[in-house]
Design a protein around this ligand. Structure first.
Ligand SMILES: [Fe+2]
Ligand SMILES: [Fe+2]
Length: 215
């Protein structure tokens, strides 16, 4: 019997994979591979506190939508298979974050941001652009993103209501994972980004957090 020749992964396969990532992320049909760190699901007692928690967790959910887009764009054009597999490993942990945040938003009686598709598109473009600049720049972009996210999550731990133990547990675990993703990027040879690029990333993050908190 004649064996079919092994078919190499084509650019079309990779693009279809990226489109599939986008649809899964934006439709919310992503399931976590690890259980949520939130052991008890009580919501804050006051309406103001619930609203604050929902706004902050919506921002975190959009951050995770951006992470999926970024890693998907970077993996699409990464040259080194070692780097591609590190990006895919981190993306799998980010999928857990995405699913945990989405589930918590539902428990808080809220929903994901209507702006998520826009942020996905922008982050995907950044991921592809940084990947095309070369693997070490791409890793530098990843490491800087993870550092900025870690500092942002520290701020949320200060602001989340004290009686929202579930959201706090999720954010704490996310912060631990993001720190490891940044370390992985640096261990693989991340380049230090120029200060204007870091400042542009901080500015984009401010626009994202300032809008998705409300919508
Ligand atoms: Fe994350
Ligand atoms: Fe991360």
């Amino acid at each position: 019997m004649t064996q079919l020749p092994f078919r190499r992964k084509t650019a079309i396969d990779a693009l279809l994979g990226a489109a599939d990532d986008a649809l899964r992320t934006l439709s919310g049909s992503v399931s976590a591979s690890r259980p949520t760190p939130a052991s008890q699901r009580a919501v804050p007692g006051s309406q103001d506190a619930r609203r604050l928690s929902a706004g902050l967790m919506r921002v975190n959910h959009t951050g995770e939508v951006c992470a999926q887009a970024l890693y998907s764009g970077q993996a699409l054009v990464a040259r080194d298979p070692r780097i591609r597999s590190a990006l895919q490993g981190a993306a799998s942990e980010e999928r857990d974050h995405l699913a945990w945040c989405r589930e918590r938003l539902g428990e808080l009686g809220s929903r994901a941001s209507v702006l998520d598709p826009l942020w996905y598109a922008g982050s995907f473009a950044w991921g592809v652009a940084s990947g095309l600049a070369g693997d070490r720049w791409s890793l530098g972009f990843l490491a800087e993103t993870e550092d900025q996210v870690e500092r942002h999550l520290d701020g949320h731990l200060d602001r989340l209501p004290a009686d929202d133990r579930a959201s706090r547990a999720i954010v704490l675990k996310m912060r631990e994972d993001e720190g490891r993703h940044g370390d992985t990027g640096r261990a693989l040879g991340a380049r230090e980004l120029p200060e204007p690029v870091k400042a542009a990333m901080r500015a984009a993050a401010r626009v994202m957090t300032g809008t998705t908190y409300w919508v």
